[in-house]
Design a protein around this ligand. Structure first.
Ligand code: CA2
Length: 146
């Protein structure tokens, strides 16, 4: 049976493709999830995707992954930069955590340079646009097979 990977999307990512294509590209969140699912299928993994604009929903989703999902891939959106509840929830998850961002937050405004997710992530993929979602799934497959 396929191992389950929870893919989490934070606030405003549901608007991708509608604004700021120069920063985030023209693809929609649906496109990124579809790429992650297709990559996962090739590698014997299954993706469960959850997007929310509410911090507590994402914390609940991380709790719900405990003992059920083998790994988590997270683009926390702007919560990445200040939502310590996500940090604590991820710290309580046993399994690889891959943080992914479409843009490179370190090359943008100062307030985006801090990630509260990175200290509890196994690895981080930033600045590669939608390709990052494929690479995140490939990284998870490698980590789970090691
Ligand atoms: O680069 C990324 O993937 C980000 O996580 C995207 C977040 C941003 O706050 C992070 O610093 C980096 C923003 C997500 C979506 O923002 C949109 C806003 C308006 C229209 C479309 C997308």
């Amino acid at each position: 049976m396929s191992q389950l990977v929870l893919l989490l999307s934070g606030p405003n990512l549901n608007l991708l493709g509608q604004r700021e294509p120069e920063i985030y590209g023209a693809a929609t969140l649906h496109d990124h999830v579809a790429l992650a699912r297709a990559t996962a299928a090739q590698l014997g993994l299954a993706i469960e995707h959850r997007q929310s604009n509410h911090e507590g929903d994402l914390v609940d989703a991380i709790h719900g992954a405990r003992g059920r999902a083998a790994a988590i891939i997270i683009n926390g959106g702007a919560f990445t930069h200040y939502a310590w509840s996500l940090h604590d929830a991820l710290a309580a998850f046993d399994g690889p955590v891959v943080e992914v961002h479409l843009s490179n937050p370190s090359a943008r405004e100062g307030w985006r340079h801090l990630s509260v997710v990175s200290p509890v992530a196994t690895g981080v993929i930033t600045g590669l646009g939608g390709v990052g979602y494929r690479l995140a799934v490939e990284a998870v497959a490698e980590l789970l097979s090691a």
